[in-house]
Design a protein around this ligand. Structure first.
Ligand code: LHQ
Length: 262
């Protein structure tokens, strides 16, 4: 198995670590394929109920490995749209559709598609030394991996345009102040904080968390009426779950609930 993504399971948590530290974990094809397979397997495994994505070394991910993409002497440009179709878009769709919480622990610089893959995760915790860079404009590209969607919704047009048209880095602190990420912590506390959060989520009623994720992700484009109907449909599913029965029973019996994610 490729070591471009390290995979570890702790309790109900899958920890996926991008592992090309010499390249600040920039994506090559092998890392893409391995990461996607790891997310798919976490999605299919009922024993896994939360995922943590992080990076090895001093960076989180510097986006596409540009060495892998050198144009060389060829006069025919590479079709980057095909690269997005093949690798980046399925990855972002997979993270967004996974019916389990995905936490990104951003341990260092997150640039280009690396930043936007991080921001596609459900909760982002960053080390104080981390930076987020929409680096695409520095090499003549447009932001991808959902960045134009995510940043515009989370930050509004003014900040999204300035970050994406200048490539100016922002600190983890600023990202948290602006509502781009959930939390910033001291570097030494990053993994402990992320794992504590993930372990708590893995013991939570994860079926309802998956449905909550689904509802939130369409809230920006739905009308209130559509959202009310969706909440009704999803609540019907949650209300028929073992975890709902257990939650109410445990409350009435004044004991701690034991949720199974079913
Ligand atoms: C790298 C990279 C890298 C290779 C650092 N590749 N080696 C989608 C579809 C298809 C094609 C194109 O792209 C996309 C989406 C994208 O992601 S486009 C955006 C691609 N990413 C970038 O443009 C970021 C490039 N990197 C940087 O600007 C800097 O490295 C940052 C600001 C991330 C970090 O700067 P420093 O902390 O000063 O580190 P460094 O630049 O010295 O990098 C350390 C090493 O990592 C270095 O190698 P070396 O052998 O000299 O030590 C870099 O060459 C290598 N590296 N990013 N993307």
């Amino acid at each position: 198995m490729s070591d471009t993504v390290l995979q570890e399971t702790r309790g109900g948590v899958a920890i996926l670590t991008l592992n090309r530290p010499d390249k600040l974990n920039a994506f090559n094809e092998e890392q893409h394929i391995t990461l996607r397979a790891a997310f798919e397997s976490a999605g299919e495994n009922p024993a896994i109920r939360a995922v943590v994505l992080t990076g090895a070394g001093r960076g989180f991910c510097a986006g596409q490995d540009l060495g892998d993409r050198a144009q060389g002497d060829s006069s025919a440009p590479r079709d980057l749209g095909a690269t997005l179709d093949q690798y980046y878009n399925p990855l972002v769709r997979l993270i967004r559709s996974l019916e389990k919480p995905v936490i990104c622990a951003v341990n260092g610089v997150a640039a280009g598609a690396g930043a936007n893959v991080a921001l596609a995760c459900d909760m982002v915790i960053a080390a104080r030394s981390a930076k987020f860079i929409q680096a695409f404009c520095k090499i003549g590209l447009i932001p991808d991996s959902g960045g134009t969607f995510t940043l515009t919704r989370l930050l509004g047009e003014a900040r999204a345009k300035a970050l994406m048209m200048t490539g100016a880095p922002i600190s983890a602190e600023t990202a948290a102040d602006w509502g781009l990420i959930w939390q910033v912590v001291d570097d030494a506390a990053l993994m402990e904080t992320a794992l504590e959060l993930a372990t708590g989520l893995a013991a939570a009623p994860t079926l309802s968390l998956g449905l909550t994720k689904q509802a939130i992700q369409v809230a920006h484009t739905n009308t209130m009426d559509q959202q009310l109907d969706l909440e009704r449909d999803l609540q019907r599913i949650a209300g028929a779950s073992d975890d709902y029965r257990e939650g109410v029973t445990a409350f009435l019996e004044k004991r701690k609930p034991v949720f199974t994610g079913k």
